[in-house]
Design a protein around this ligand. Structure first.
Ligand code: HEM
Length: 197
């Protein structure tokens, strides 16, 4: 058991197998097996979208709730463990999670038939339009402000020493802004279908 769960790959595959078993059991119990039509593929895209969104926003909140407040408490000689090992790995999943969320979100809006209406704030798609624009601004921040400045701050690209602190401050401030935006953004995501707005 311990050997099995020591592998992340095997753990992910086990999660997918468990999902397939649950889908079959639910299908048998309800008498309704999966019908691979447009509605089902839109639902599948919604699931991929939420998975990638959790990866992205989960890591955003990890940076803001855990890593950044803990850094001052870590002795200087141990800080490289975070800045050289943990943060670069977290930033990899963070920025690609953001890209996957944007892609699946835009595909979902297209499959739902309201991508243009949402992005231009037309009637019936106001709330998801606001959510999509908030998330697009956040994704822009990730790729064009946070990531380039984190690379400077963490020494992943060569810059003069005096540029590191301002880069870290800008990345940190933008990450805080994204944390603020994540609160109404998530409300808008779940409101479109469920809040009757
Ligand atoms: C640019 C990025 C994004 C776009 C274009 C986008 C687009 C969408 C669309 C079109 C929907 C379907 C709304 C509906 O008709 O019910 C949706 C739902 C949702 N999105 Fe996003 N989204 C983005 C970012 C995010 C992020 C960062 C998260 C974070 C977890 C997220 C989480 C959700 C959730 C939980 C739902 C609700 C699913 C449901 O109620 O069934 N989205 N999004």
């Amino acid at each position: 058991m311990a050997a099995f769960f020591s592998s992340l790959h095997r753990t992910i595959i086990a999660g997918i197998v468990l999902l397939i078993v649950i889908a079959i059991v639910v299908g048998v119990l309800s008498g309704q097996m999966i019908k691979p039509d447009h509605a089902w593929f839109a639902f599948f895209m919604r699931w991929l979208h939420v998975l990638s969104g959790v990866m992205w926003i989960g890591l955003l909140w990890y940076f803001n709730f855990v890593q950044t407040p803990s850094m001052p408490k870590i002795p200087d000689d141990q800080k490289p463990a975070v800045s050289k090992v943990i943060a670069p790995a977290a930033l990899f999943w963070f920025r690609w999670g953001a890209a996957a969320t944007v892609l699946t979100g835009l595909l979902l809006a297209w499959m739902n038939g309201y991508i243009v209406q949402a992005l231009t704030f037309q009637k019936g798609a106001h709330v998801i339009g606001i959510g999509m624009w908030l998330a697009l601004i956040m994704a822009f921040n990730v790729w064009f402000i946070i990531w380039p400045n984190q690379q400077k701050a963490l020494g992943l690209v060569d810059v003069p020493a005096d540029q590191k602190a301002p880069a870290a401050r800008l990345a940190g401030m933008t990450s805080r802004i994204n944390t603020m935006l994540s609160i109404p953004m998530l409300f808008c995501m779940v409101a479109q279908q469920n809040a009757g707005l």
